[in-house]
Design a protein around this ligand. Structure first.
Ligand code: OAD
Length: 250
């Protein structure tokens, strides 16, 4: 892909970069996205699976769905897009990766400065005493797990519909969006708020906003540059345009 001179100049001089990713960055690893013809929400009903009341009504069904997704995620690997963001973190002075994904692939690729806005499918916690459950043998689950401390129901540590985002995580994300000079919005339909507000926050503060997506989204008309294509192909090229900055390990 050929980048415009304006974009190249912005990439070369960016000092503080904030990145927002969505399900599209993991699509090339084989993780299904949520929306669109092949999306999870075409086959499954979020109100039965990603909602606290549904969990209380039928915890075993909700766990079956999370066990299925965890198994799928364990079988795939991070792709060139995830690794390009690890390289970008090495190159720029200030870097924050904000992800809506719960699949842990950014962490497995090696990203460090990360904010997980919608939680992490690998973690769980007790809805009664709040104990965090790190290791859960999900393959042997036939029923919703119970807390070893108090016997309460254990739930996945992910944000469901109707729930607030973890306060600290969102405030870190907003802070990064407010202070960056370059904002990259990658593989997200940019329709789920408050995550979808972040590119606009960056925009309002004068950052240069670049979108990478296979399709046009609601953000495309506002973004300074909208790069159409696969994140795993575009990101490695884009990241190679950033120069290594002082203080960062090449
Ligand atoms: P979506 O499924 O809504 O959007 C995925 C986006 O990725 C679409 O715009 C696709 O065009 C794009 N895409 C697909 N493959 C791509 C590729 N290889 N390279 C670049 N772009 C690609 O997923 P999200 O925007 O992440 O929330 O959805 C946001 C939230 O809605 C999720 O975090 C989840 C969901 O309900 C919760 O579970 C709380």
């Amino acid at each position: 892909m050929t980048f415009s001179d304006t974009l190249r100049a912005r990439l070369e001089t960016a000092q503080s970069v904030c990145v927002l990713t969505g399900a599209g960055i993991s699509a090339e690893s084989g993780v299904p996205t949520f929306r669109g013809e092949e999306g999870l929400w075409k086959k499954f009903r979020p109100e039965e699976l990603a909602n606290f009341h549904a969990f209380i009504r039928n915890p075993d069904l909700v766990w079956e769905w999370y066990a299925y997704r965890r198994k799928l995620i364990h079988e795939v690997k991070p792709n060139a897009g995830h690794y390009a963001l690890v390289e970008l973190e090495r190159r720029v002075k200030e870097f924050t990766l904000v992800t809506q994904n719960v699949d842990n692939l950014h962490r497995r690729a090696g990203s460090k400065s990360m904010v997980e806005l919608h939680g992490n499918i690998e973690r769980s916690y007790c809805i009664d005493c709040g104990a965090i459950v790190e290791e859960l043998d999900i393959d042997s689950l036939t029923k919703a797990p119970r807390c070893v401390h108090c016997g309460g129901l254990v739930r996945p540590d992910v944000v469901w519909f109707g729930e607030m985002l973890p306060r600290e995580a969102f405030s870190r994300a907003e802070q990064a969006a407010r202070h960056c000079d370059l904002f990259l919005c990658i593989g997200t339909s940019a329709v789920v708020y408050p995550a979808a507000s972040l590119p606009y926050t960056a925009f309002d503060q004068g950052a240069f906003v670049v979108e990478i997506n296979r399709e046009r989204t609601e953000l495309s008309t506002r973004a300074h540059e909208s790069l159409l294509g696969a994140a795993g192909e575009i990101l490695p090229q884009l990241v190679s345009c950033f120069s290594h900055q002082e203080g960062n390990t090449p």
